[in-house]
Ligand binder design. Structure first.
Ligand code: HEM
Length: 464
């Protein structure tokens, strides 16, 4: 159903939908784009735990944020709530045949084929190589000068996920990585969210360049698929092997196009998210020197300190890369929280608002890793991985990679802020990242036997 038809249908049922903030569609669209976290909080302050937004170019979106509503949306009947359709914003990147965009048994079959590559055991096998790549990269970062960390982290995480997908490091991987970095630059524009912009003079050129870059990436992916298919005895045990052996729900082997789309899905999901979350953690640590000192001191005593996981859990609460789980399209009437939703609207489980509910988290706007130290994370109130049959497929790998990166940075460096405020959030395709590229100053740090932090080199006093 087109967004226009959906909006006019929903307006007819307006009485049946939760309230909407008193802003026209343009303001709702701009508010959500420009101030993603803050606008959500404003809507909740105005309308309560459930509200409806009518963004331009999209179906009406009903945001829910109580633990019960969120649970009901995430675990709702997949014949009534379609999560695949909710991911269509990234379809130009990952392709229409990606398992992430499919529904019901097609989606389940796609997930099943991919899951083994990111199982805990597989992650353990990759651990040493990953830690080595992380340490070498972090050691190469310049000290005592302002640097933008996000592109550097992205280059690293992209390299890591490519090695997991195509384990044997073919020469093409460097070229593929380069082309992908160019192609994914489109994620920083509004072109994925606003398809109509693609027809305007300036944006037409940007979109054409993206299509050319995507074509070059596709040629490389198809070449890798062809070469591997032709091998008589395949034993790489990587994601490409798994996909070549996989079958769709109807039992047919996957076509090269389907394999390409699934590879792109995992390349995208497997590096942009961790990059964003590491960047947010470093921003928060740079601006919270006490938390950083404690983390450094604890890492000096124990590289597996609980404080590291607590810091990451708190970042995922305070600055989640996904402000909400993938929206679910209503395709048959469904009742949640006393409302009966009709086809033509999307239900959005807003985890950001859940994580900032003062009844669930004391001082929700403070960065306090300690809150996760003594208690296990509660899956009712802490849901950065989403839930139900769409819940994050790469979460063990993600946690391992984020921990490895943070451990390496904090063990080697003191991270100082640039400016007096944490960078404002900015959309990058479907996720939210630090808007300035995560600018910081790194200083060399020497490990202290009894804990505590010793900064070596020039101190960035005025910015501390
Ligand atoms: C800190 C990093 C990450 C965060 C916060 C994160 C979070 C999420 C969230 C919220 C969802 C949507 C769940 C829903 O709608 O219910 C998701 C889905 C997904 N994630 Fe992650 N993710 C991260 C890293 C990764 C990594 C590293 C990979 C792959 C190696 C990955 C693979 C996926 C896939 C494939 C899906 C879609 C699953 C499906 O369609 O069934 N994610 N993730």
């Amino acid at each position: 159903m087109s967004p226009l038809v959906a909006t006019s249908l929903a307006k007819r049922f307006k009485g049946g939908l939760p309230p909407s903030p008193p802003h026209p569609a343009t303001i709702q669209t701009v508010g959500g784009r420009r101030w993603p976290y803050r606008y959500l909080e404003l809507c909740r302050a105005t309308c309560g735990d459930r509200f409806t937004l009518y963004p331009l170019d999209r179906m009406p979106m009903v945001f829910v944020s109580s633990p019960q509503d969120i649970r009901d949306v995430l675990t709702g009947n997949p014949a009534k709530l379609h999560p695949g359709a909710g991911g269509r914003v990234i379809a130009p990147l990952i392709g229409e045949h990606s398992f992430m965009l499919l529904e019901q048994e097609d989606h389940v079959a796609g997930r099943k084929a991919i899951q083994p590559a990111f199982h805990k055991e597989m992650v353990r096998r990759q651990a040493a190589a990953l830690v080595d790549a992380v340490d070498r990269t972090v050691e190469s970062w310049p000290h005592d000068t302002v640097i933008e960390l996000q592109p550097r982290i992205r280059a690293l995480t992209l390299g890591v996920i490519l090695r997991i997908i195509f384990s044997d490091h073919p020469r093409q991987l460097t070229a593929l990585q380069h082309q992908l970095m160019g192609m994914l630059a489109v994620s920083d524009t509004l072109l994925l969210q606003g398809p109509r912009l693609r027809h305007l003079p300036y944006w037409r050129g940007v979109w054409r360049r993206f299509l050319e870059q995507r074509h070059r990436v596709d040629q490389m992916l198809y070449s890798l698929i062809r070469t591997r298919r032709a091998e008589v005895d395949r034993s790489h045990h990587d994601l490409l092997d798994l996909l070549l052996d996989a079958h769709a729900a109807d039992g047919a082997p996957l076509s090269s196009r389907e394999i390409r789309d699934n590879l792109m899905s995992m390349i995208l999901a497997g590096h942009e998210t961790t990059t964003g979350e590491v960047a947010w953690t470093l921003q928060l640590l740079a601006h919270n020197p006490e938390a950083q000192s404690r983390l450094a001191a604890e890492l000096d005593c124990d590289p597996n300190t609980d404080y590291l996981a607590a810091t990451i859990h708190e970042t995922m609460r305070r600055r989640p890369v996904f402000a909400f789980a993938i929206p679910r399209d209503v395709v048959a009437p469904v009742e949640i929280g006393g409302f009966t939703y009709q086809p033509g609207v999307q239900l959005v489980a807003c985890t950001y608002l859940l994580h900032h509910n003062p009844e669930l988290y004391a001082r929700p706007h403070e960065f306090e890793p300690e809150r996760f130290l003594d208690s296990r994370v509660q899956t009712r109130t802490w849901l950065p991985w989403g839930g139900g049959r769409k819940h994050c497929l790469g979460r063990h790998f993600a946690m391992f990679e984020v921990e490895a990166l943070l451990r390496s940075v904090i063990e080697k460096c003191a991270v100082r802020p640039v400016g007096s405020r944490i960078e404002r959030p900015r959309w990058r395709s479907a996720i939210i990242v630090p808007g300035g590229g995560c600018q910081v100053v790194l200083h060399a740090r020497r490990r202290q036997a009894g804990g505590g932090m010793l900064t070596v080199g020039r101190k960035n006093g005025s910015k501390d």
